[in-house]
Design a protein around this ligand. Structure first.
Ligand code: GAR
Length: 226
């Protein structure tokens, strides 16, 4: 083990030290349920962008074994894993997922279109190291269909939110937000295209800042039964 204080890349989300990877590269477990465009954007940034040298993808995981994003990750050569959530009780399913993910020794759990509410079992296993991206200001809109909500309300702007995850639905402490200009948008597809273009840059930027210890210290989300 190297002596002396940990490098910024070895610190945890609250500046605490050290992460598990002695190389200084943060190990990411990316979780998705669908097409995986955010996963693909993160993978690109790991290969040749802001996350290069800072992070590596330990595994791409899905609760839907046939998710298109999981297939795309496998085709790119990333380790993939899945546990089918259908018909499972939440806590039992999450315990299986935690066991599966722990095999890959992740430093961060990066939710990228992972359409599940996480149980205390999951939150406790990776406390303060679970991130999510939500395509709206989480103080104004939670859950599914955020772009539809922005479109139907003809919002001139929406805010992409990256936040730490707690047991609620898009309720954890906000790490950062990025505005999306929706003025002049003519269709829902246009709204979504503009939003995703921001999501795909912003998530990697915030993750890079978090890994470098550049974000203000945020209290780790609490679990109900702590
Ligand atoms: C993204 O827009 C993401 O922000 C959203 O799901 C989409 C997944 O797309 N997440 C949520 O709505 C979470 N509440 P992707 O599979 O192409 O990354």
């Amino acid at each position: 083990m190297p002596s002396g204080p940990p490098s910024p890349a070895e610190r945890g989300p609250g500046g605490e030290a050290p992460l598990s990877a002695p190389t200084g590269k943060a190990r990411l477990a990316i979780l998705l349920s669908g097409r995986g465009s955010n996963m693909l954007a993160l993978a690109r940034e790991v290969r040749e962008g802001v996350l290069q040298g800072l992070a590596e993808i330990a595994v791409v995981f899905s609760n839907i074994p046939e998710a298109a994003g999981l297939q795309a990750a496998a085709e790119l050569g990333y380790a993939t894993a899945s546990v089918d959530s259908r018909g499972r009780k939440r806590a039992e399913f999450d315990a299986d997922v935690v066991a599966k993910l722990e095999q890959f020794r992740p430093d961060y759990i990066v939710l990228a279109g992972y359409m599940r509410i996480l149980s205390p079992t999951f939150i406790r296993a990776f406390a303060g190291r679970i991130l999510n991206i939500h395509p709206a200001d989480t103080h104004q809109h939670q859950g599914l269909h955020a772009y539809e909500w922005a479109w139907e309300n003809r919002l001139p702007e929406t805010k992409i939110t990256v936040h730490l995850v707690d047991e609620g639905l898009d309720t954890g402490p906000v790490l950062a937000q990025a505005p999306v200009d929706l003025r002049g948008a003519e269709t829902l597809e246009d709204v979504e295209r503009r939003g995703l273009a921001v999501e795909h840059r912003f998530y990697a930027d915030i993750l890079a800042r978090l890994i470098r210890g550049e974000l203000p210290k945020t209290p780790a989300p609490a679990t109900a039964s702590q």
